[in-house]
Design a protein around this ligand. Structure first.
Ligand SMILES: [Fe+2]
Ligand SMILES: [Fe+2]
Length: 320
């Protein structure tokens, strides 16, 4: 399949000049200061001399949801090695594409937020996200020598955030939902991996992402208190759809196809496995408490989150 090197997406949203340059938001300004101090260099800070065997059991095979099933047992040792390589390249590719989305949304926020402190911080975040794309690209090209295209569900989610007209929906989509999920996913990756280079890169990225979620929470703090019922409904629907897309973006259908595995059956196996159920719900552990903190978790959204099986995190520790 030929992948285009660039692809246009039409967007339309109002941008805001700010003529009062004095800082109004102490919290945002101090986040901006922290961010300046916390920059790292993707090219020189991680130890790129570490050798990586892409086919080694860098994360335990037991975490593959269909581990131990008849499909798994049919694989030869060589197939298993190849599968580990593909699975790792697939998930890091999705992280990289998500980081590109974050880079573009941060750049949009620089334009559209009506507040100088938020413009400053969003500019710092754009630099962070560029570094994250760079780090994943380096790891994929130098160490795994393999890369996958953006998963369709992730692409849909990124498109929805990028084309949103309302700046608060861009924040909600990227800073609260996608970044919250990324923080949980990176945390799990970090706990499970035995490969020191990706562990180091992920730890560095997580430090940055925690600030990005804090940026969203601080910026949206009072956004939802004065909103009309119809405006709130739009945000709730957006959040629910985004959560479904994030839950479903986790299935590596292309890999199953690559290995000649029956996609529909694999999907069902994954869906029903206890490992996947726990994994999927864990991904929402940061999102639900933050949505609650913003005052968006009303009875309607509670019911929807209940259907998704993620309401259990309502009283979990927020991430930022
Ligand atoms: Fe990032
Ligand atoms: Fe981020």
């Amino acid at each position: 399949m030929l992948i285009p090197t660039a692809e246009p997406l039409s967007t339309e949203f109002d941008i805001n000049y700010v003529w009062d340059y004095a800082s109004k938001e102490e919290g945002l300004r101090s986040l901006y200061e922290k961010s300046k101090e916390a920059h790292w260099n993707a090219k020189t800070d991680p130890d790129w001399d570490i050798e990586v065997d892409p086919e080694a059991e860098n994360t335990p095979d037991q975490t593959i949801p269909w581990y131990g099933t008849s499909h798994w047992n049919k694989l030869s040792e060589g197939d298993i090695r190849k599968l580990r390589h593909c699975a790792q390249a697939w998930s890091l590719s999705q992280f990289m594409h998500g980081e590109q989305g974050a880079l573009m949304v941060a750049a949009q926020l620089v334009n559209c937020v009506p507040d100088i402190d938020a413009k400053f911080y969003a500019a710092q975040q754009a630099a962070d996200e560029a570094r994250h794309v760079e780090a994943y690209e380096l790891y994929l090209s130098r160490k795994l020598e393999k890369q996958y295209p953006c998963n369709p569900e992730l692409r849909t989610l990124l498109d929805q955030i990028l084309v949103a007209k309302e700046w608060d929906i861009k924040y909600l989509g990227m800073q609260i939902l996608v970044e919250g999920l990324a923080l949980a996913a990176f945390g799990m990756q970090n706990q499970l991996t035995r490969e020191p280079l990706i562990k180091d890169i992920t730890s560095r990225i997580m430090g940055d992402e925690a600030r990005h979620v804090a940026f969203g929470v601080l910026s949206l703090r009072d956004a939802y208190t004065e909103m009309s019922e119809s405006e709130l409904r739009l945000r709730e629907e957006f959040a629910v759809e985004a959560c479904y897309l994030m839950r479903d973006r986790l299935t590596p259908k292309v890999i199953w196809e690559e290995f000649g595995l029956p996609v529909a059956e694999m999907e069902e196996l994954s869906d029903k496995s206890e490992m996947m159920r726990q994994f999927r719900t864990m991904l929402f552990s940061k999102i639900v408490p933050n949505v609650k903190r913003l005052g968006l978790l009303n009875d309607r959204l509670r019911e929807q989150f209940g259907k998704l099986g993620i309401l259990g995190f309502e009283n979990a520790e927020p991430s930022a």
